[in-house]
Design a protein around this ligand. Structure first.
Ligand code: CA
Length: 158
């Protein structure tokens, strides 16, 4: 029980952005994430997603659909990458193999092929979040100035 409460508490602090123009798919993801204890920010278009990301700077992971009415998911991914390190998960349709590769080349952290089930969504998000917090932990105490690289964890100066 205690473990369960701790997990709920951890997840409550984790805000997820869901960008998907198809409202039935979006609601499906949103409902399941909320049920799993995540806080969710929804967007229907790429433009809206970028606006909301500016507003909610504490979003920990962004789920991006690719085919959208305005700018597409790849462009949104590109702009998120330019702005910072927020982990990105692309939502691809069946058979978009090329798109998957492109998504990862763009700096996406993971992708999911539609249709997916609720358990897969929450499990994959959990994994992405775990990896990104491990990365943050690793980067703690590492500083770069010009040509100098200082790693306090390894007592290294290059
Ligand atoms: Ca779509």
């Amino acid at each position: 029980m205690e473990q369960f409460l701790i997990e709920r508490k951890e997840q409550a602090m984790k805000k997820v952005l869901v960008l998907e123009d198809e409202s039935s798919i979006r609601s499906f993801i949103v409902i399941n994430l909320r049920r799993a204890g995540y806080e969710v920010v929804e967007a229907e278009t790429g433009e809206e997603a970028l606006e909301k990301l500016k507003e909610h700077t504490d979003v920990r992971v962004a789920l991006l659909d690719i085919m959208l009415p305005g700018i597409d998911g790849f462009e949104v991914c590109r702009r998120i990458r330019k702005a910072g390190n927020t982990p990105v998960m692309m939502l691809t349709a069946k058979g978009e193999t090329f798109d998957k590769v492109l998504g990862l080349e763009l700096g996406a952290d993971d992708y999911m092929v539609k249709p997916f089930d609720a358990k897969e969504v929450t499990a994959r998000i959990k994994a992405v979040l775990r990896r990104s917090s491990a990365k943050e932990e690793e980067n703690k105490g590492v500083y770069d100035f010009d040509n100098l690289h200082l790693d306090m964890n390894r007592y290294e100066l290059k």
